[in-house]
Each structure stands twice: as C-alpha cells, then as structure tokens.
Design a protein. Structure first.
Length: 236
C-alpha cells in the first residue's frame, strides 16, 4: 500500500510540474507576443519593433467657393485636426498648413478631398529611427558627463578649478537643452503629420464630375489601353 501511495504521489507531482511548465510557457508566449507587436501610433521608442516615421503630405482640391472651404478643415470632427493655419488666402486660391495625428493621415486626406474635386495628392515619409536612437544615446552621455562634473564641482576647493568646472558644466547643460529640444520637436513631427492643403477656385460653369459605374468602367478601360500602348511602344 505504501508503495502504491508513493507511486501515486510521484505521478501527481509529475503532473503538477507539467501543468506548471505549460502555464509558464503560455505566459512567456504572451509576453513575447505583446513585445513583438508594434506599438500603436508614431511615438514608439526604438526597441519596440516599430519604425519611427515623419510623414508629410500635400493635397490640391478645387472647390466652388474658396472662402467657404477655408473654414471647413478646422471644423473637422474632433481628433482629426490638431492645428490649422491659413498661409495665403484669396478669392480664387488658398493654402493652409494643417497638423494632424499621423495615425489618421489617410482618413483626414480623404476628408479634405471631399471638400471639392481632388486634383493631386502626395505623401512622403522619412525613417528617423536611427536618428532618434543616436540622439537619445548622445543625450544620455551628456547627462552622465554633467553628473560627473557636478561631482567634481562639489569636491573642488580652488577658485580657478571651480570656475573652470562651472564653465564646462554650463556648456554641457546647454548641449543637453539643445538635444532635448531637438528630440521633442522630432517626436512631435512623428506623432503629428504636416499637411499642405491647396484650395483652388473651380472654373466658372464647370461642375464637379461624379462618375457612375459605366463612367468608371470607361475611365479604367481608357487607362488600360493607354498603358498598353505605352508599353508596346517601348518594346524593341
């Protein structure tokens, strides 16, 4: 009986260890999965698996009334537009600088296109992941140097040495402030995309074209035939 109980105890112990190992493996798997998923938004720091991008865009839209259209971007649904500045405004032409959350760029561009008839759209991105990483490393080194200088200053006895260390400390602190300001501006550019909106007056008597299904089919067919002839003409 004692042998049977001992064997049963060993089996239960082995089963408990197996369940514990499976539980730990699942937890580790969940942690790895969470770390591997890129963070939402553009403000992720290097090391999370996300790339840091500064995205800018420009869009040109013809509208029936420029003065009326100028006020509409700033009245977009909450959360879409951060800032809106009118650079130039005439009855027939206007340019606006808009800052919007980077994660909503496509949504806002589509919203702006509906102000009238979209003529042109351009989006470009700059990968600044390494640049931000280098700046963070440089900032950490400058702060470490500042801390060492403060220690030296606390131990300095000679007036000449005190003045020399204070001057060096002031220089290092100025560089730290500059680096922090640069990083702050870059993070803002990462989180908020800059959009150049050009509003142009539609020609008098010219109405906005709204294509139906057959119209889109005609345009697509025309585009395909044009591309086909261009490809053919480039063949030897």
């Amino acid at each position: 009986m004692r042998s049977l109980a001992s064997n049963r105890g060993k089996v239960l112990l082995a089963l408990a260890c197996s369940l514990l190992a499976i539980s730990c493996a699942r937890r580790v798997g969940q942690v790895l999965t969470t770390r591997d998923v890129p963070a939402a938004g553009g403000s992720a720091e290097p090391g999370t698996g996300s790339r840091l991008l500064i995205t800018t865009a420009s869009i040109e839209v013809t509208v029936s009334s420029v003065p009326e259209a100028v006020a509409k971007p700033s009245r977009s649904p909450r959360g879409r537009v951060a800032t809106c500045e009118t650079v130039t405004e005439k009855d027939s032409d206007a340019r606006l600088k808009i800052r919007i959350p980077a994660r909503r760029l496509s949504e806002v561009l589509d919203h702006l296109a509906r102000l009238g008839e979209e003529k042109r759209r351009h989006v470009s991105s700059e990968d600044v992941t390494e640049k931000v990483g280098d700046l963070n490393t440089e900032l950490a080194n400058k702060k470490a140097l500042r801390d060492r200088l403060r220690g030296v200053l606390a131990r300095a006895k000679d007036v000449k040495d005190v003045l020399s260390v204070e001057n060096e400390l002031t220089r290092v602190q100025t560089e730290i402030d500059s680096l922090e300001g640069h990083l702050k501006r870059m993070r803002e550019d990462i989180d908020f995309s800059a959009v150049d909106l050009h509003l142009a007056q539609r020609e008098p008597g010219k109405k906005r074209r709204i294509l139906g299904p057959l119209g889109y089919l005609y345009v697509g067919t025309k585009w395909f035939i044009t591309k086909l002839f261009v490809i053919r003409s480039g063949e030897p």
